[in-house]
Design a protein around this ligand. Structure first.
Ligand code: SF4
Length: 235
C-alpha cells in the first residue's frame, strides 16, 4: 500500500471509529471521579494513581476481559516527567501483568537507559488498552472507548511534562488524529496542554532497525524539551 493509500485507509478507519460510536450504541464511559484526597498530601501522584487502579478494579468493561490473564495497568514513577504510551499488552505482558516486558520492551528499555541515559524506573509506561487483544489483533473502537478514561485519569494523576506516543495507536490516541504514524513521527503535538512526541513503536523497530535513527532524533528532542543533557551533544 502506498503512503497515500495508507493515509486514506487510516482516515476512513478513523471516520468509522468516530461514526461507529453512536451507530454501535457505544457511549464513552462516564468521566472518572476525581481521585480521593491523597493520604500523602493533596494531589499526591502516587495516591492519585492508586485511586485510578482501585477504580479500574477487576475491569470487565469490554470484551477483552474474557481473554486476558492479567490487566496491564502500566508501571513506573508516579512522578515521571516522561510518560510513554503504547498500544496494548502482548503475550509476555499479559503473562506478567507489566507493560513492555517482551522483546519490544527490552528495546524500549535500551532506548531509555542506553540512549537517553535515564533509569527506566524514572519514567512511566502504559498502553491505550490494558488487556491483551486475542492474537494481538488491533483494538476495536468500542474497546478503546471503554478503556481510555483510565489512561486519561493516569495522565491526570502523573501530570508528566511530556508524553511519548509509541506507534500508530499510541500516537493517534494521544493526538486525537487518524494521520499515519509515518507522517506524525517527530512532530511535536499536544494533548490537553501536555506536549506529545509521536515516534515509532519498538516492535516496528525490531522489524525495521533503520527506523532507530528517527526514534533517537525524537528522544533527543524530548530531552531538549525537558532541559536535560542530550548524550552525544553535551558530553
Ligand atoms: S481493555 Fe480496558 S476496558 Fe477492556 S476489560 Fe481491559 S481494562 Fe477493562
Amino acid at each position: 500500500m502506498s503512503e497515500r493509500d495508507e493515509a486514506l485507509a487510516d482516515l476512513l478507519a478513523y471516520g468509522r471509529f468516530l461514526g461507529g460510536m453512536s451507530s454501535l450504541g457505544v457511549r464513552p464511559a462516564a468521566p472518572l471521579p476525581a481521585p480521593a484526597p491523597a493520604a500523602g498530601g493533596p494531589g499526591d501522584p502516587a495516591d492519585a494513581l492508586a485511586a485510578v487502579r482501585e477504580e479500574l478494579g477487576d475491569c470487565r468493561r469490554c470484551r477483552l476481559a474474557a481473554g486476558r490473564k492479567t490487566i496491564v495497568f502500566g508501571q513506573g514513577n508516579p512522578r515521571a516527567e516522561i510518560m510513554f504510551v503504547g498500544e496494548a499488552p502482548g503475550a509476555d505482558e499479559d503473562e506478567q501483568g507489566l507493560a513492555f516486558v517482551g522483546r519490544a520492551g527490552q528495546l524500549l528499555t535500551d532506548i531509555i537507559e542506553k540512549g537517553m541515559r535515564l533509569p527506566r524506573s524514572d519514567v512511566f509506561i502504559a498502553n491505550v488498552i490494558k488487556c491483551r487483544p486475542p492474537q494481538n489483533r488491533n483494538p476495536e473502537p468500542d474497546e478503546i472507548l471503554a478503556c481510555q478514561p483510565f489512561l486519561d485519569a493516569q495522565i491526570r494523576a502523573i501530570r508528566p511534562r511530556v508524553l511519548v506516543g509509541l506507534g500508530k495507536f499510541g500516537a493517534q490516541w494521544l493526538l486525537r488524529t487518524a494521520e499515519p504514524i509515518s507522517r506524525l513521527r517527530g512532530r511535536l503535538g499536544d494533548r490537553d496542554g501536555i506536549p506529545v512526541m509521536p515516534t515509532f513503536h519498538p516492535a516496528y523497530l525490531l522489524r525495521n532497525p533503520a527506523g532507530k535513527k528517527d526514534v533517537w532524533e525524537d528522544m533527543k528532542a524530548v530531552l531538549r524539551l525537558l532541559g536535560r543533557p542530550v548524550p552525544g551533544e553535551s558530553d
